[in-house]
Design a protein around this ligand. Sequence first.
Ligand code: AHG
Ligand code: MN
Ligand code: MN
Ligand code: MN
Length: 341
Amino acid sequence: MTRATGTYNITTLNEFIIERQADFPYAKGELSRLLHHVGVAAKVVNKKINKAGLVDILGRAGDVNVQGEDVQKLDLFANEHFIAALRSTGECCAIASEEDQEITVFDDGLPLDGKYVFCMDPLDGSSNIDVNVSVGTIFSIYRRRTERGTPADLSDFLQPGTEQVAAGYVIYGSSTMLVYTTGKGVNGFTLDPTIGEFCLSHPDIRTPEHGTIYSINEGNYAHFPAGVKQFIKHCQVVDPDTHRPYTSRYIGSLVSDVHRNLLKGGVFLYPSTQKAPQGKLRLLYECNPIAMIAEQAGGKASDGARRILEIPPEDLHQRVPFYVGSRQMVETVERCLAEAR
Ligand code: AHG
Ligand code: MN
Ligand code: MN
Ligand code: MN
């Protein structure tokens, strides 16, 4: 008789979701189904991105979105596929997307009864698509506030980030990863294309209290708040005892910059600029989900004065200044901003 020798110690995303279901006695599997479908949609988008140079998916779609940005074909492809996947679960009754001015309400049949609403940046870092640099998808899930069985409305989405039941991102990089939290820590899954499964590769991610990386588009220096200029100077002081000067790393895709800093330690800054007086990044589907991930991993996220997760949203596409990453580094940014006021 031959004895099985190999240990098959892979935990797939679906196994993990089911195992962790025990954390939520009230949940009857709806959130699990939703997360499973996020994984399915991520695999579909990933396949397209992996051959973006070969199929007609690069370049502009020819129109401008509510953000005033040239929409890329992949923005639309990702948007359509995430909406289709989420509609099919019947667990989500409406979606807010960077690419759509208004919310998409699923008001026909099953989805009307969905317990959750979904906010997303379907394709983050669009400017990097055509030059083969990592891009991502960012998502945030809330319990709906309106009555189940009725069409969802804006009030379901204008909830503070502290109300998120789950948040995460997909990074389509050298490998494709799904990183998410349901409020009990952060876990990362790497897609194994040979078996088409997201496999647990980064259990219980903790971000270093301090790091030596700062990420900011210094091209906007002239218009940064004085406190941000002060922080940049602080990063550039030559002081071996505090490992300075720090390293400047900026990819221009939020998910990529955040993911690197989450694992290695560091701080990402997108302050107000002349072009973006409220900051460029959107509260609902970029800052809140990333802030929940950062806090769950032991880091911090603020608009320079307020905790991101406590900012009451007033508009689907509201922008805020965004400082996120290693706790001590975000606190240093906040101190520089306070001293400069
Ligand atoms: P999106 O592609 O979803 O519109 O987001 C782009 C964002 C974010 O990914 C990145 O951090 C930031 O734009 C880069 O902005 P700048 O090019 O102004 O630095
Ligand atoms: Mn965009
Ligand atoms: Mn984005
Ligand atoms: Mn986007």
